[in-house]
Design a binder for this molecule. Structure first.
Ligand SMILES: [Zn+2]
Length: 278
């Protein structure tokens, strides 16, 4: 039987991920599209028999608790994307702990289950940010899937961990996959733009097959807003960020449908059940 990969979805509004919070903009005044986009995803997952881990932002759960309940009731895993979508290195240890703790509280109340996993907004990029993992352990979390020690552009870096491993504090890391290229280049295909919006479908499928053969299951991710044909940006968002978010939107839904029909996808708690039981 084909091995199952881990599909993960960072549940946030289109404005949560907008480069940096625009000053003077109150999130409560902005139109919410997350429920509509998540509903589209839930329908697609139901049609293809796939299940996923949804890393839900506490801010979304607090405003739309029924959305979290619907995701959990459909057999998906609920995990934490933090509370306010703040870049981890801009917070001190106490602020970060409070942000994650608040998200765990609201998510476990909505979903009625214990929260085990975390993904950092904008990921963790530097070894010196790994103090955050110790905080996850203190809060009782079991795994992280945020640490990608590559330079953001152009994804340079050698020795990127590819297989699951345990941090010294005991928290598991399930790394995002990169395809290694000559000269230390890494081709990201795990999510965001490169998964299905920028890269041809064929390239993603080949990369996943290669990862499967060499290492085992891969973790891929997307955002609900990537399925929205209408592109929204906050005022002041730089042009390259707008472009990054806009490119390939029309391709996303058909390509994701094809990917889910080709590979089995399951939540992290099932794909890595053996690791998490250890
Ligand atoms: Zn995010």
């Amino acid at each position: 039987m084909a091995i199952a990969h881990a599909l993960t979805i960072d549940v946030e509004e289109w404005f949560h991920d907008d480069w940096r919070p625009a000053r003077g903009v109150d999130w409560r005044d902005l139109p919410s599209t997350v429920a509509r986009d998540v509903t589209l995803l839930l329908d697609l997952l139901a049609r293809t028999g796939a299940r996923a881990t949804f890393f839900v932002l506490g801010d979304v759960a607090r405003r739309q608790p029924d959305l979290v309940k619907r995701i959990a009731a459909a057999g998906h895993e609920i995990a934490s994307h933090g509370d306010a979508h703040r870049l981890v290195p801009t917070q001190n240890r106490a602020e970060f702990a409070a942000d994650v703790r608040d998200s765990i509280a609201v998510l476990s109340e909505c979903a009625g289950v214990r929260i085990a996993g975390y993904r950092a907004p904008y990921f963790l990029r530097r070894p010196r940010d790994l103090w955050a993992i110790d905080v996850l352990a203190e809060l009782g979390l079991r795994y992280d899937t945020s640490y990608a020690p590559v330079r953001w552009m152009p994804y340079l870096g050698r020795g990127i961990p590819r297989a699951p491993y345990r941090h010294p504090c005991g928290v598991w890391e399930f790394p995002l996959p990169f395809a290694e290229r000559f000269g230390g280049w890494n081709l990201p295909y795990a999510g965001g733009g490169p998964l299905l919006r920028f890269l041809p479908y064929r390239v993603v499928e080949q990369a996943l097959r290669a990862h499967e053969a060499a290492i085992g299951p891969a973790v891929v991710y997307c955002h609900p807003w990537e399925l929205d044909a209408e592109v929204r940006s906050l005022p002041g968002t730089p042009r390259h960020v707008r472009l990054w978010k806009r490119l390939g939107r029309a391709r996303m839904l058909p390509a994701l449908t094809r990917l889910l029909a080709t590979f089995p996808f399951r939540p992290i708690r099932e794909v890595y059940a053996n690791e998490l039981a250890a």
